[in-house]
Design a protein around this ligand. Structure first.
Ligand code: PAF
Length: 280
């Protein structure tokens, strides 16, 4: 496995590769990332991971400085899974002020976009830069960041990138908490409490499978249940899987609806994101 920090060196290393599968990350790798790496191994002969904490996707009051940087441990975890690790500096990725950005579709103003202005634009811009640098045939993103995955997919399709975007399943702890680098910010008591997010989403899914069709009522009940436990709820939303547009009430007994329940909540100082797919 090679660890490369410059774009020129990376391009030289990848120049003769014809089946590159790429997993972009911000490092501090956990089993969720490693499952994406294993998926990438199924899709390419040369597997590249990037590790870059992207300043462009953090708001001024967010955790860019605090975000855990663990390059050595990350590289140890990537042994046997990656052929190349690309770990550039901020200066390598942004040698001059970045004034060119990807303009996103209206769906990027909702959900994460409504709560974290500029986050998805910064994410999409660095993803486009990384895809241009690595030039993979396949790129793998986690379904945990469902809106990110949708936007990256639309980016690849609408900007005609010759890249297949593949979504990897969320990996969870035994009590259901979705793995995330930010989980380590949780106190012991918050960590015990955190499982209630997935339980709430599962409860909504079960209600839908048992015939509940009033999505607004379901969302309201979930928000109230989380708030009653002292959580600050950014959103709980039932959306279409395909475009993330809202569904307030389902019509048509015979129509099949592929939906996803998305939630973002704050438990103490930690922001947790999760989602559950439901087909009814
Ligand atoms: O999901 C992430 O870790 C980041 O948003 C990504 C895709 C690596 C871009 O910085």
């Amino acid at each position: 496995m090679q660890i490369i920090s410059t774009i020129a060196e990376l391009r030289a290393r990848l120049t003769n590769e014809r089946a590159i599968a790429f997993v972009p990350t911000m490092g501090n790798l956990h089993e969720g990332h490693l499952s994406l790496m294993r998926l990438a191994c199924e899709h390419g002969e040369c597997v590249v991971a990037s590790i870059f904490v992207n300043p462009l996707q953090f708001g001024p009051s967010e955790d860019f400085d605090k975000y855990p940087r663990t390059l050595e441990a990350d590289c140890a975890k990537l042994q046997g899974l990656a052929d190349v690790v690309f770990a550039p500096s901020v200066n390598e990725m942004y040698p001059a002020q970045q004034t060119m950005f990807v303009e996103l579709p209206p769906i990027a103003d909702e959900l994460e976009g409504a709560v974290r202005p500029g986050h998805l634009r910064g994410m999409a811009t660095v993803v486009l830069k990384l895809l241009n640098i690595v030039q993979p045939q396949v790129a793998v993103f986690g379904k945990k960041d469902y809106q990110q995955l949708l936007i990256v997919h639309q980016l690849a399709v609408q900007l005609n990138l010759p890249i297949s975007i593949v979504g990897g399943e969320t990996v969870r702890t035994a009590d259901g908490l979705a793995l995330s680098s930010r989980n380590q910010y949780l106190s012991d008591a918050e960590r015990v409490e955190a499982k209630f997010l997935y339980q709430t989403l599962q409860g909504m899914k079960q209600a839908m499978l048992q015939g509940e069709r009033d999505m607004e009522r379901l969302q309201k009940q979930a928000v109230e249940a989380l708030a009653a436990r002292g959580w600050q709820v950014d959103y709980v939303a039932v959306r279409n899987q395909s475009d993330l547009l809202p569904r307030s009430r389902l019509k048509g007994e015979l129509a099949k609806h592929d939906l996803v329940v998305l939630a973002a909540v704050r438990l103490g100082n930690t922001r947790l994101l999760d989602n559950v797919e439901v087909s009814v």
